[in-house]
Design a protein around this ligand. Structure first.
Ligand code: NI
Length: 176
C-alpha cells in the first residue's frame, strides 16, 4: 500500500523519533509500505516521520534501477557508530521537498548499527551514495532535513518555494 508523503514545512518533520522497542507485525508492514512508497516516488530512501510515524525506522535502496537487482534495506533504530574524516559531496534531494536539490558535504564512509526486520542486530560499513543516503535518512529521525545544512537565506528560499508548492497542490485537490 502506498502511503502519503508529508511535505516540508510540517512540524512532524521536525520531531525527534522514538526508538522501536519491539519489531511488531504492524511495524514490519509499515516498513514494507514505506518501501513500496519509496520505489513508486521514485526515491532511494524514506524515513518513518515522512509518512507520519515518529518511530526510528528507515528504508533505503541505493542501487541504480537497471544496474543490478533491487536491494531493499529496512533499518530499525539505525545508529552511526563511526564516520570517516574524509568527506563526500552529493547533490541531495528529499521526497518531502520535491524538486529541491542542494550539494551537501558529509562523511564519505559510515559504520552503522541497526536492527533488521527479523529483530537481529546488524552492523556494516557503507560508502558512496549509500553512506550519504543513510546519513540523510537517520537525520530525519532527529528532525533534521538536508536544507538545515544550508545558509539561512537558502533555507528560507526553499521553504517559501515549498509553501507555494503546497498551496498550489491544495488548490488542485480542491478543484478536482
Ligand atoms: Ni529526505
Amino acid at each position: 500500500m502506498k502511503l502519503e508523503i508529508i511535505l516540508h514545512p510540517d512540524m512532524r518533520l521536525k520531531k525527534k523519533c522514538m526508538p522501536v522497542l519491539n519489531i511488531s507485525d504492524d511495524l514490519r508492514s509499515l516498513a514494507k509500505n514505506m518501501l513500496e512508497t519509496m520505489y513508486a516516488a521514485p526515491g532511494i530512501g524514506l524515513a518513518a516521520p515522512q509518512v507520519g510515524h515518529l518511530s526510528r525506522l528507515i528504508v533505503l535502496d541505493c542501487v541504480k534501477p537497471g544496474d543490478r537487482s533491487p536491494q531493499p534495506v529496512i533499518m530499525f533504530n539505525p545508529e552511526i557508530i563511526s564516520k570517516s574524516d574524509e568527506l563526500n559531496t552529493y547533490e541531495e534531494g528529499c521526497l518531502s521537498l520535491p524538486e529541491q536539490f542542494a550539494e551537501i558535504k558529509r562523511p564519505a564512509q559510515v559504520e552503522v548499527s541497526w536492527i533488521d526486520e527479523n529483530g537481529n542486530d546488524q552492523e556494516q560499513e557503507f560508502n558512496g551514495l549509500w553512506a550519504t543516503c543513510l546519513q540523510h535518512e537517520i537525520d530525519h529521525l532527529d528532525g533534521t532535513l538536508f536544507i538545515d545544512y544550508l545558509t539561512l537565506l537558502k533555507r528560507k528560499m526553499i521553504t517559501r518555494k515549498m509553501q507555494k508548492f503546497k498551496r498550489e497542490l491544495a488548490r488542485g485537490e480542491n478543484a478536482s
